[in-house]
Write a protein that binds this ligand. Structure first.
Ligand code: PEP
Ligand code: MN
Length: 303
């Protein structure tokens, strides 16, 4: 990999051990912090948004994911509720203490729309603008999200391009003025991924942290794509989550639903809200293990 040539703003120099990142809505998004964004892949109705936010609040989470503009393979698939759902999504987020919502935008007009509706409501919450894997090289969209600084960006790695190409795409965002970017791994399209939806690429978590100044996210839902369980009764999605966190992931983007079988998009990969507590417990074990590992190697390295 040719380091830094294609992403000079985002690259870190080899000797530099600084933990880079940013503060947003009073929350730390750094290369040594950890935030969980759980929520609906696609907003289907107001009740499910409320049930989801309520469950997040009950478990102490203050970030969420909510899909309103859905890029779908077929034009005959549910396309997302679009702008119609934004007022109640934002209002309910405020009601349940959700400070940041990761929300995909597929067109530059979605940025000003989100901003306008938030403002009309008195900014009860805020948004991390998500660039989906299908738009990983939509350079006009990347320039558009890069040309505003109201919202940070959650960039999802392109599922069929090289890591270098995805990093260069992020540089478009930074080059246009916004370097508050989280780089999210979400699996790579490959026939070898079968029976998973995508080939899980979370071994790249430490690579992104080493090469760039971006905090790194993981999306185990889209990576694994189904809720099968292993011999120990642990869902593959939980195991993939563990891999990413134990390797130092800084954020987790995950699909949950009050009643997964009725979800309108990616129903087979959503975690039932009733499993959320055990999932979070498992995550805490992994994060603690990560912190113990870094302490161990810090000690060895400084001997
Ligand atoms: C999503 O997070 O809802 C999504 C569509 O993800 P990706 O772009 O990674 O497929
Ligand atoms: Mn999806």
């Amino acid at each position: 990999m040719q380091v830094a040539v294609n992403y000079p703003i985002l690259a870190r120099s080899q000797q530099d051990k600084t933990s880079y990142g940013f503060v947003f809505q009073g929350l730390n998004f750094y290369q040594n912090s950890f935030n969980i964004f759980a929520g609906l892949n696609a907003v289907d109705n107001k009740t499910n948004v409320e049930l989801t936010f309520k469950a997040l609040q009950a478990t102490g989470l203050n970030c969420a994911r909510m899909g309103a503009f859905k890029p779908r393979t077929s034009p005959y698939n549910f396309q997302g509720l679009g702008q119609d759902c934004l007022p109640y999504v934002f209002e309910l987020a405020g009601k349940y203490g959700v400070k940041v919502i990761a929300m995909e935008v597929t067109h530059d007009r979605h940025i000003s729309l989100i901003s306008k509706i938030l403002e009309q409501l008195g900014n009860p919450t805020s948004v991390l603008l998500q660039i989906g894997t299908r738009n990983a090289q939509n350079f006009e969209l990347l320039k558009a999200v890069g040309s505003q600084i109201q919202f940070p960006i959650l960039y999802k790695r392109g599922y069929g391009i090289t890591l270098e190409e995805s990093l260069a795409a992020c540089e478009y965002i930074a080059h246009h003025g916004n370097d508050k970017i989280i780089f999210c791994l979400r699996g790579m399209k490959s026939q070898y991924a079968d029976p998973h939806r995508n080939f899980v690429d979370f071994a790249h978590v430490p690579v992104i942290r080493r090469l760039t100044k971006m905090p790194v996210g993981i999306d185990p839902s889209h990576a694994v794509g189904n809720f099968a369980r292993d011999l120990d009764n642990i869902p593959d999605i939980f195991n993939a989550t563990a891999q990413g966190i134990i390797a130092g992931a800084n954020m987790l983007l995950v699909d949950v639903h009050p009643d997964p079988k009725t979800a309108l998009v990616d129903a087979q990969q959503a975690i039932n809200l009733s499993d959320l507590e055990s999932y979070l417990h498992d995550i805490e074990i992994c994060r603690q293990a990560y912190l113990k590992r870094t302490a161990l190697f810090e000690k060895i390295h400084h001997k």
